[in-house]
Design a protein around this ligand. Structure first.
Ligand code: OXD
Ligand code: MN
Length: 634
């Protein structure tokens, strides 16, 4: 093996304190980590290796380097906040280039009928993956530093936490992983004790010297993007994108795709869910987890300021929940993340005051607009003060009323969760918080009521499988259509959706005591067909719906505060407190259940299940669909 020279850069000012031969690197790394790093270095051929410790000084150096390269600029209006502008071709998760590599296609996705393309993930064969890897990774980090990031998803000492090591040639990714995960020496110590870890290899795919100039000083390789997952060997290899879920591999790649597979193997759940705690005026607290497709307001709900006096909401997490039954059979959840990677446009003091307070310091903003007084701006914020001018996410002068948006619709803030003024006191508890309710939801302009509760667990699993929502900007979908997004996991399943459903259904039959959470569905987005206006005010008023859910969790009898409907239990008349809404809200319209709509919905679901899930659909889910069809018959 050739002896590649590697500078192992450790904090000592900025000096390189060790130059080593690859064959002997590095004595400080635990053997399994060293082996992974050695393999990655042999393949990617970086000029240096920097083992990330996570110290504040190290992060300062990273930001200074990023600033020098023109990848971020400081935002003087705030404390330790930064603005990055990407290459406009690298602005969102690239679902079309995201694959799961398994021996058999059916391990990854149900085989769709009639030659249709699966909407439940993308499979790549091991042979095709090998070829794709060879076309991308060899020498891809030439001239660059390879950072080695030890990180933990979940509090480092939690029994629910899992570890990862990400190698990357992007210092922006290091800075962002420092916010989004617990990163550095404490995790390396765990790895030194032999803890297992997910191997994450990421490259921007722009070795030095460059063959073509960068756009916005943002290295990426859009033509060659590939986000690949190898669940059997717990590996992630991501190439060509430096942004968001494509490159912060702890998030969607690990905490959802790989973790959902680990969870299936180990008997727990890794889900695209926020977690919040809600306390009633008498001081009784419950925790709920809620799954909504991307950009449906998960962050806003997770940090909600209840409009109802005496109620408080506290935030455990805004995007991902890992949930495991404890010895009493209670489902306990942790937020595996350490920060929020939230969509900026639409976030404001009106929609999410707590997020606005959270992002005031130590935050990386990407692709938002900039104000001439050194701040940030996006659609949904008040117009800047007189005399303050705006620059858009491309770096061009911009004014209100211009045809293109100032901030990219998928522009983001990346901010430490611990800064949230309503972060839950138990958000870092090692054992997780007890979950009483699971809420599914989506953007449904028609037909779907404000809230309903499933008849039982099995029906609840069907409700999750039947989720649909209007498309969003978080991925590359264009235009508005109502997409199937079961469990809000459509882009994030790590294994066959049919097996995923069986795993959920199996929770009911698990051995030992089991206190299953109740399952609900909500829709804040129903519109008045005549005016097109939303029927429900949303935001803080959603607490009125949470109150009903809260009440249903502690109910003494099945029909308490509820009546049976064709879709499930709905609030009985008057059970949702509307006091203070000023009679402006048409509760009749919000709970109207047009049979024709539901008959059409049944038809859509039947076609979707039969085409997309086919023989992998568990019989119980098919039976629930039949039961719904019966209930909505004229
Ligand atoms: C996200 C997403 O970024 O769901 O959270 O796309
Ligand atoms: Mn998400």
């Amino acid at each position: 093996m050739s002896c590649l020279l590697l500078g192992v850069l450790r904090r000592s000012g900025t000096a390189v304190v060790g130059v080593r031969c690859l064959a002997s690197i590095p004595s400080t790394l635990p053997p399994a980590v060293a082996e992974f790093v050695k393999g990655a270095a042999e393949e990617c051929k970086p000029a240096n290796i920097h083992v990330v410790t996570g110290s504040p000084e190290e992060l300062q150096d990273i930001y200074a380097g990023l600033q020098k390269e023109g990848m971020v600029k400081k935002l003087p209006k705030y404390e330790n906040c930064w603005l990055a502008r990407t290459d406009p071709r690298d602005v969102a998760r690239v679902e079309s280039k995201t694959v799961i590599v398994t021996k058999q296609e059916r391990d990854t996705i149900p085989i769709p009928s009639g030659g249709a393309k699966s909407q439940l993930g993308s499979w790549m064969s091991e042979a095709d993956f090998q070829k794709a890897r060879e076309e991308r990774f060899p020498g891809c980090m030439a001239g660059r530093t390879m950072y080695v990031i030890p990180f933990s998803m979940g509090p480092v000492n939690s029994s629910l936490a899992k570890f990862g090591v990400q190698v990357t040639d992007s210092p922006y990714v290091v800075a962002s992983m420092g916010v989004m995960t617990r990163m550095g020496s404490a995790v390396m110590d765990k790895l030194a004790q032999g803890a297992e870890f997910v191997r994450c290899q990421h490259s921007l795919g722009r070795p030095l010297p460059l063959k073509a100039p960068l756009v916005n000083s943002w290295p990426c390789n859009p033509e060659k993007v590939l986000i690949s997952h190898l669940p059997d060997s717990r590996q992630i290899l991501s190439f060509g994108s430096g942004y968001g879920g494509n490159s912060l591999l702890g998030k969607k790649c690990f905490a959802l795709r790989i973790a959902s597979r680990i969870a299936k193997d180990e008997g727990w759940l890794a889900e695209h869910m926020l977690i919040l705690g809600i306390t009633n005026p008498r001081g009784v607290k419950r925790y709920v987890a809620a799954a909504f497709p991307s950009a449906c307001g998960k962050t806003n709900l997770a940090m909600m300021k209840p409009a109802m006096p005496g109620w408080t909401v506290e935030c455990v997490g805004d995007d991902i929940a890992w949930m495991k039954f404890d010895s009493q059979g209670k489902l306990r959840a942790i937020n595996p993340e350490n920060g929020f990677f939230g969509v900026a446009p639409g976030t404001s003091v009106k929609t999410n005051p707590h997020a606005m307070a959270t992002i005031a310091k130590n935050t990386v903003f990407t692709n938002v607009g900039e104000t001439s007084d050194g701040g940030v701006w996006w659609e949904g914020l008040d117009a800047p003060a007189p005399g303050v001018t705006l620059t858009d996410w491309h770096g061009k002068a911009w004014k209100i009323g211009d045809a293109t948006p100032c901030a990219h619709p998928n522009s983001r803030f990346c901010t430490p969760a611990g800064q949230c003024p309503i972060i839950d006191p138990l958000w870092e508890s090692d054992e997780g918080v007890p979950i009483d309710a699971i809420i599914f939801g989506g953007r449904r302009p028609e037909g779907v009521p404000l809230v309903y509760e499933s008849f039982n667990w099995r029906h609840g699993v069907f409700v999750g499988a039947a989720m649909r929502s209007e498309t969003t900007a978080a991925a590359e979908h264009k235009g508005k259509s109502i997409m199937h997004d079961p469990f809000a996991m459509r882009p994030f399943f790590g294994y066959n959706f049919g097996d995923y459903l069986a795993h959920w259904l199996g929770m009911e039959a698990r051995p030992g005591p089991t206190q299953l959470p109740k399952i609900f569905h909500v829709n804040w987005f129903r519109k008045d067909p005549a005016s097109g206006a939303f029927l429900w005010p949303g935001f803080g008023e959603n607490a009125r719906v949470l109150e009903w859910i809260f009440r249903r969790c502690g109910r003494q009898s099945e029909a308490e505060a509820a009546k049976r409907s064709i879709v499930g239990w709905v609030p009985e008349d008057g059970a949702i407190d509307t006091q203070g809404l000023g009679g402006k809200v048409d509760m009749g319209a919000l709970f109207d259940l047009p049979k024709a709509f539901w008959q059409k919905e049944v038809g859509e679901l039947r076609a979707y299940f039969s085409q997309q899930v086919g023989a992998d659909l568990p019989a119980q889910v098919g039976e629930e669909l039949n039961a719904l069809e019966e209930r909505v018959r004229d």
